[in-house]
Design a protein around this ligand. Structure first.
Ligand SMILES: Cc1cc2nc3c(=O)[nH]c(=O)nc-3n(C[C@H](O)[C@H](O)[C@H](O)COP(=O)(O)OP(=O)(O)OC[C@H]3O[C@@H](n4cnc5c(N)ncnc54)[C@H](O)[C@@H]3O)c2cc1C
Length: 464
């Protein structure tokens, strides 16, 4: 069995920065990521794409090349196309790569599994032609494909970024239907001090809005009662704006409602989580080094709480310093000296977050969708079904599995978990912390019998 000092799951900014830092301190590191190339969400395919599409995707994207370069180190092994589906105690990692299951033993584990787009369940969101804005951006980054005549629906800085990127390709969206209202911005003003500290982000945001305005993309802010109309595919976005009903014909809809930490791997290991009211999601309970309450498990990047790509780099490096110190490669005094500038930069990066969280909250309609809305897409469970389970006495998401298989499909609850928590919390008059979340068990991602059978014999014995 191969053995390494540190395994990192996720080759985004957090994982790449942590790997480079750990390797520089003499640790042997394996970085596993299911994607074919390093980069994570923001720097997806950056080595391949930057020369051709860097101008469209912007400098924030091409910065990723400095991080992918750091992965070329003698003691870093990058396992690309490696999907991690199980992590056992202290610590054996099971993954699939090129159709074959394999395992790896490590002393320490850093989860840098990033964020997921928050689900935006609306009537009609399961129709062909509707996808997340992030999926639309993946098409642009990986394949240079942009949908013509798309309507962007939702809220958040990433929605503006994707709209601005579409404008730069010469195929702007035909409209933006935005859920944040003036009252949200008024609440956000309380955090103006942080916004001013994060003035670079504010300046970028204003530039994106300027690009969108110059391209004459109509914006409908404070939209409510949003539905997607269509028989066999998306045909129009319908909503209410300033008290007037609106209908925008289109066959492509990009939904985006912010991002939330991808906590699946951490939950499968029993790491405790708490509700983050500002970001309306669960976050793992961590020390200032990213150390969880399960010995040997660290978490960095957006998986630890949404902070953005630069913050992800810093939290990745901080975790690597702590791991190196724990494994005897770095005195504690030197660890603290190296950490000080990282902490200062991290604090600057995070200053703008409370403003952004307050200005672009998830909208109530998508957190508590109408009864007929499908919320578990894998098992076709509706919001009304979940409310019905609550009437039967169901108080937590795990019981919904028994009652109607919610969260038991291939996505393992990634896309319905938060909605199920919100619906049950509302129906039972509980807090999200009291309501809890799905218990996550391996396999974290689907694995086939063929992949298990193809495992090397010694490793098969270990599994048996
Ligand atoms: C769809 C999407 C698009 C985004 N685009 C932008 C953008 O353009 N600009 C921007 O500023 N921010 C963007 N963000 C936010 C951005 O993801 C983060 O701020 C930043 O990338 C976080 O870095 P990270 O290292 O924490 O995680 P990520 O960059 O998300 O990297 C996590 C990595 O973990 C891997 N992973 C997860 N689970 C497993 C597993 N079980 N097995 C193997 N690998 C696994 C994933 O493949 C991924 O590469 C986007 C977020 C999403 C969800």
């Amino acid at each position: 069995m191969k053995h390494r000092d540190l395994a990192i799951i996720g080759a985004g900014p957090a994982g790449m920065a942590a790997a480079a830092q750990a390797a520089a301190l003499g640790l042997s590191v394996s970085v596993l990521d299911e994607q074919p190339r390093a980069g994570g969400q923001i720097y997806r395919d950056v080595d391949r794409v930057a020369p051709r599409r860097g101008a469209i995707l912007g400098q924030d994207y091409t910065h990723g090349i400095t991080l992918t370069a750091g992965m070329h180190h003698d003691t870093i092994e990058h396992l690309a196309k490696a999907t991690v589906w199980a992590i056992e105690d202290e610590f054996r990692i099971s993954y699939t790569q090129d159709g074959c299951a394999a395992q790896l033993d490590v002393d320490r584990l850093l989860l840098a599994t990033g964020a997921l787009e928050r689900p935006m369940p609306l009537l009609g969101w399961t129709l062909p032609g509707v996808m997340t804005a992030g999926a639309g951006q993946i098409l642009l980054k990986q394949s240079g494909v942009v949908a013509r005549g798309a309507v962007l629906v939702g809220s958040g800085p990433l929605l503006y970024l994707i709209a601005a990127q579409m404008v730069r390709t010469g195929t702007p969206p035909i409209a933006m239907v935005e859920t944040q209202a003036t009252a949200n911005m008024a609440r956000a003003i309380r955090h103006i001090g942080g916004a001013l500290r994060g003035w670079r982000y504010m300046a970028k945001g204003l530039k994106m809005l300027g690009d969108i305005k110059r391209a004459q993309v109509p914006r409908y802010t404070g939209a409510t009662e949003i539905t997607i109309e269509g028989e066999t595919k998306a045909e129009a976005v319908c909503f209410s704006h300033k008290g007037q009903p609106r209908r925008i014909p289109c066959d492509v809809v990009y939904l985006h409602h912010g991002v939330v930490p991808n906590t699946q791997a951490a939950r499968s290991l029993g790491v405790s989580h708490r509700w983050h009211a500002g970001q309306s999601c669960f976050v793992p309970t961590l020390s200032v080094w990213g150390q969880s309450d399960v010995a040997g498990i660290f978490i960095a990047g957006d998986g630890a709480g949404i902070g953005g790509a630069k913050a992800a780099e810093h939290t990745g490096r901080l975790a690597a310093l702590k791991v190196a110190q724990e494994l005897g490669r770095l005195p504690a005094s030197e660890r603290d000296r190296m950490a000080a500038p990282l902490r200062a930069s991290l604090s600057r990066e995070l200053a703008v977050r409370p403003f952004l969280d307050a200005a672009y909250p998830p909208c109530a309609e998508a957190l508590h969708p109408a009864d007929p809305t499908t919320i578990c897409r894998c098992e076709e469970v509706t919001a009304g079904d979940i409310r019905g389970y609550a009437k039967l006495g169901c108080v937590g998401p795990n019981q919904t599995k028994a009652l109607g298989r919610a969260g038991m499909g291939p996505c393992q609850g990634r896309y319905c978990g938060l909605t199920v928590t919100a619906l049950l919390a509302e129906a039972n008059g509980q807090t999200p912390d009291d309501t809890g979340y799905y218990r996550i068990r391996p396999p974290l991602k689907p694995v086939t019998l063929g992949e298990l059978a193809a495992m090397a014999p010694t490793q098969q014995d270990a599994v048996e």
